[in-house]
Design a protein around this ligand. Sequence first.
Ligand SMILES: Nc1ncnc2c1ncn2[C@@H]1O[C@H](COP(=O)(O)OP(=O)(O)OP(=O)(O)O)[C@@H](O)[C@H]1O
Length: 288
Amino acid sequence: MWWENFYHAALNQLALFRITDVIDILAVSYLVYKALKFIRETRTMRLLKGVVLLIVITQLSYFFQLNTLYYILSNVLQLGLIALLIVFQPELRRVLEHVGRTSMGKWFNSKGEFDAEAMQMIREVSKGAQAMANSHTGALIVIENEDNIDTLISSGIKVHAETTSELLENIFVPNTPLHDGAVVIRDNKVELATCVLPLSQNPNIRQELGTRHRAGIGISEESDAVVIIVSEETGKISIAYKGVLDTGYHEDSLRDRIIELLNSSGLTQNTSEGKFSLKNLTKRGKEE
Ligand SMILES: Nc1ncnc2c1ncn2[C@@H]1O[C@H](COP(=O)(O)OP(=O)(O)OP(=O)(O)O)[C@@H](O)[C@H]1O
């Protein structure tokens, strides 16, 4: 009977199975998962489709013996591989930085608790954003997360000051020297102002959104920064994170959402020890 043969063959294979095979399978699964996640979260997706198409056409040209086409395409593929490494250097660096990261993440102290200074910074940002929304003052605030964004921004003026709602409101007063561009918050400080950010090239962004929102979405596509945008026109507060724009926040909901995003970015690299519920975090913040 065929199934008996199958059964014996399966048993024989199982007998050969070693613990190292399990480790091997788990390691490959993890790498495939990480690669797929990387492709989904970065601008690699569109490019990957192009590369797959190129490979298919190259193989077809080989199969049908279209020699000149095959010669050109196979050479393009070889050169393309080197070009890809250069074009995706920032993303690859990001991945390697993530691989080497073992700590709880920058938002947590040595006891694994969400940092009190970070909580204070988030409160000030939320308060400032609400005040600017009320007065229809346009603002763009980038909270640098685990990824260093130096290579993504240009022409920033160093501020390096305590983050307070008053300072943020002052920076974004129209027609003052620092109001144009984005503020970058690094290590809980207002580190830079007037930064120029990369504009998103996503064709699906709503037409009515201008360059402030596109710049906010742009930097969030290329890093894990949490970006707060206050619209001068509508007075609405939005958050851009990982290329997605969410609108309609108010001071409290903004604060909760920023905490949630920074908390979750820490958790992606950490054990469950670092897990705090949003409710607890917000409560802790109020009590401090
Ligand atoms: N690449 C960029 N990086 C940082 N800030 C930028 C960039 N491009 C534009 N901005 C900021 O956005 C402002 C222009 O905003 P614009 O009105 O075009 O955008 P918007 O998304 O419609 O915003 P709003 O709703 O506030 O009008 C500029 O004055 C500048 O401060």
